[in-house]
Design a binder for this molecule. Structure first.
Ligand SMILES: Nc1ncnc2c1ncn2[C@@H]1O[C@H](COP(=O)(O)OP(=O)(O)O)[C@@H](O)[C@H]1O
Ligand SMILES: [Mg+2]
Length: 272
């Protein structure tokens, strides 16, 4: 279980996170949305123990985090974070060494390392560029390598900070697919983004943040249907929600579902 209890955090005098009580365990994918600067990345750094709240706590399995070196090492095998900039997380020039690094540190046997690295690279669709030097990869490819580096640890919670920032549409679709595969393995994903369409599509529950506070929480379809709330936080509604709210079209979770339902409706109209 990964939760926070009345978590307050400030870098200097002003609080950036203000009394956040959040639960990331109930749903497979929990989305965090909010305008730039609302505190999403700061929250992730608190969740991964890189920053320590001045008040309240991050709880792992019901207990406040252990901030000792050993405690954090143990936490990171269960809760791993992929930050926005992959360059911050990639240390080697070749992909295999980079991904194997944390496992070698933990003293995992080489045969097991090879197996886990291979599985992780397959999951993120990175096998075909596995031999290339990291500096030659695109931003999206680096991002996938960073995710593979988190996956090899076998973490139960993967925290993705702005996973689609800087990706082109195909990179974005690929990221959605990768998130689905991670979830299919029984893991939890926490995903922060100001890409509202992405959060709507992949999340089972969402928290809407504004200036370090939770303004709303619940099922994405319900929360994002509240037009006035979305305006207040400086976000637009997901386009699939807009079609439903403004034109009364069926509320669908994905573009594919929407078009397939519309095609069926049209076919039925033509037949009648
Ligand atoms: N290292 C830092 N020192 C001081 N203030 C910071 C630092 N990092 C972020 N902030 C401030 O904290 C607030 C939240 O930032 P951040 O967590 O990056 O938000 P988000 O990820 O939602 O865009 C912003 O006002 C930002 O300027
Ligand atoms: Mg951020």
């Amino acid at each position: 279980m990964l939760t926070t209890a009345d978590l307050w955090f400030r870098y200097q005098e002003t609080h950036v996170l203000k009394g956040l009580t959040l639960d990331f365990s109930t749903h497979a994918v929990t989305g965090l949305v909010g305008a730039n600067g609302c505190g999403k990345s700061t929250l992730f750094m608190n969740l991964s123990g890189l920053l320590k709240p001045q008040q309240g706590a991050v709880l792992w399995q019901g207990k406040p985090l252990d901030y000792s070196k050993r405690g954090l090492l143990a936490l990171r095998q269960q809760v791993t974070t992929v930050f926005q900039d992959p360059d911050q997380q990639i240390f080697y020039t070749d992909i295999d060494s980079d991904i194997a690094f944390s496992l070698r540190n933990l003293g995992v046997a080489e045969a097991e390392i090879a197996r886990r690295v291979d599985d992780a690279l397959t999951l993120v669709d990175a096998q075909h560029f596995r031999q290339q030097p990291i500096q030659c990869l695109s931003h999206g490819q680096k991002k996938r390598v960073a995710i593979a580096g988190a996956l090899v640890l076998g973490a139960r919670y993967l925290l993705l900070d702005e996973p689609t920032a800087g990706l082109d549409p195909s990179g974005r679709s690929q990221m959605i697919e990768i998130i689905r595969r991670i979830v299919a393995q029984g893991n939890h994903v926490v995903i922060s983004s100001h890409d509202i369409d992405l959060i709507y599509e992949v999340s089972d529950a969402v928290y809407v943040l504004r200036q370090g506070e939770v303004l709303a929480h619940g099922a994405p379809g319900e929360v994002f249907a509240r037009g006035e709330l979305m305006e207040r936080v400086g976000l637009t509604q997901p386009w699939l929600v807009k079609l439903h709210a403004q034109l009364g079209l069926p509320l669908c979770k994905t573009e594919d579902e929407f078009f397939s339902r519309m095609r069926k409706q049209n076919a039925m109209k033509e037949a009648s």
